[in-house]
Design a protein around this ligand. Structure first.
Ligand code: MN
Ligand code: MN
Length: 494
């Protein structure tokens, strides 16, 4: 119980938490069984294991008493032309009491590749407990959280307590390869969401090792490619150096014009649509637990652009950033080659924030690069494109949904969560919100050091078991929202 007493709990909560405590080994056994399935969606030869994992997940929901519909997505064509069966998406339903609110839980049961030789201390597909941590691929991303939710529901069933909410489930097996086909399926199955009130996604991590968090925003990502082409062949610098406009010199000037040494993006107008910083948001940054030194140590970064936690979080979450990723066509091998490359392509991306529109961002980038290029009087050809654009997401932390989650966290962990954003791009929340028009919450139970996608991925026993309790408590908090206004109020989708 994270050191707090049960004194403030209702009799119902006490009974539920007691059951969860008493059944921890069963819950860990369940996770062990799931982790043992190599449901790696990335490697084609393991696809059958993903399929097997989907069947296990469907069977687990059926045991809860849920109606399960495994919707086939057909097959996926690989770049080499090979066809692979695509795992179905599981749509589950449990409870249809018209007096209850309905929560839809989204999760995935496919995992990233993992091999012992990659530097795992234990077999990645054998859940192993060391010092209170449960190591195994998928332990935190995302099998642990999916099971925590299922176990929370199971607890009500086992105790024969009336379900305080109706449940729906969306479980997929292609998340790690970009949720292929999911968006189309959600569009097609809009009816499934018609009676859903809230959507819960538990596929992220806290910002801290110990302090719980709720996520209310993510940045988008606009990826750009800027091509400068001279002639159709590479040239010798002894023969042409000094008498031509070199494409790589043009490109470096273009790339250098994007961002200044303080991290300010130099593209005119780029900050125009950024939401103004409110006092309320400032306060959230002040109270958020974030260890700058640890962040530096973990990444090997010696000096950050900013010295305070507040400034750093502001620049990760509230403001856009621009990063330069590479140059295609430039000589990059060791040694010397006195070549003038004929065509080079620079790659950079902008992590954009609400309310920057992708089409505006693209136009601003194109205008800026064309202006810079025009001043160079270069005869080379410039081509700017945006091959990928993912939108940002933000929602209101004062939404009753977030308040309910906050109360559940306080009940279980004895403290308020941090309200955090994610500087990366996680399209799923926005996709759900846009398609279903329902309120979405990102409700993580994993800790900052869980190492998702990395070697030695883990979830701690504490996070897994207390996370189960938090979900169980959350159901009760949601049931208290019955009768409250349930319109989607400015969820920040503009
Ligand atoms: Mn995930
Ligand atoms: Mn993942």
């Amino acid at each position: 119980m994270a050191g707090m007493s049960f004194s403030s709990l209702s009799a119902l909560e006490t009974e539920i938490f007691h059951y969860i405590e008493a059944h921890q080994s069963d819950f860990i056994e369940d996770l062990k069984e799931w982790v043992a399935v190599e449901s790696d969606s990335v490697q084609p030869h393991l696809r059958k294991e993903v399929m097997r994992m989907m069947s296990l997940a469907a069977a687990r929901l059926a045991v809860l008493g849920a109606t399960v519909n495994s919707v086939s997505l057909g097959s996926q064509q690989l770049l080499n032309g090979q066809h692979l069966p695509q795992p179905p998406v599981i749509l589950g339903e449990l409870g249809k009491d018209p007096k209850n609110l309905t929560i839809c839980f989204y999760g995935h049961v496919d995992v990233q590749p993992a091999r012992r030789e990659d530097g795992w201390k234990t077999n990645p597909y054998t859940l192993t407990e060391i010092n209170g941590n449960l190591y195994g691929r998928g332990a935190t991303d995302n099998k642990g959280p999916v099971l925590a939710w299922i176990n929370a529901v199971e607890t009500y069933r086992a105790l024969k307590i009336a379900m305080p909410v109706n449940f729906k489930f969306v479980i997929e097996g292609m998340e790690e390869v970009g949720s292929l086909g999911l968006e189309e399926l959600l569009e097609e199955k809009q009816g499934f969401f018609s009676d859903v009130d809230y959507i819960v996604i538990s596929d992220n991590l806290w910002l801290s090792k110990k302090k719980p968090a709720l996520i209310y925003g993510t940045r988008g990502n606009a990826c750009f490619s800027v091509e400068v082409e001279g002639g159709d062949k590479d040239l010798h610098s002894g023969t042409f150096g000094g008498i031509i406009h070199e494409p790589l010199t043009d490109l470096i000037a273009l790339l250098d014009s994007l961002v200044d040494p303080t991290g300010q993006i130099q593209i005119p107008g780029i900050y125009d649509a950024v939401a103004p910083l409110t006092d309320e948001e400032k306060k959230l940054y002040e109270s958020t637990e974030y260890d700058i030194e640890e962040h530096k140590n973990n990444s090997g970064v010696k000096k950050l652009l900013y010295n305070t936690k507040e400034e750093i979080l502001l620049h990760l979450w509230h403001y856009p950033s621009l990063s330069i990723h590479g140059i295609e066509g430039a000589f990059h091998e060791p040694g010397i080659k006195t070549v003038i490359p004929a065509k080079v392509i620079g790659k950079f991306s902008i992590r954009q924030v609400p309310y920057m529109e992708l089409s505006d961002v693209k136009q601003q980038v194109v205008n800026h690069l064309e202006n810079v290029f025009a001043k160079r009087n270069s005869p080379n050809k410039l081509k700017v494109s945006m091959p990928l654009g993912a939108k940002p997401w933000v929602t209101d932390v004062n939404d009753p949904l977030y308040k309910a989650a906050r109360r559940a966290i306080r009940t279980v962990f004895g403290e308020d969560p941090d309200f955090i954003r994610d500087g990366s791009t996680i399209p799923i929340a926005r996709i759900f919100q846009t398609i279903t028009q329902k309120r979405v919450i990102m409700f993580p139970i994993g800790a900052a050091d869980d190492g998702e996608h990395s070697q030695n991925e883990k979830i701690s026993r504490r996070n897994y078991i207390e996370g189960t309790k938090v979900f169980a408590a959350f159901f009760l908090e949601i049931s208290k929202l019955r009768g409250q206004s349930n319109e989607t109020s400015n969820p920040g989708t503009k």
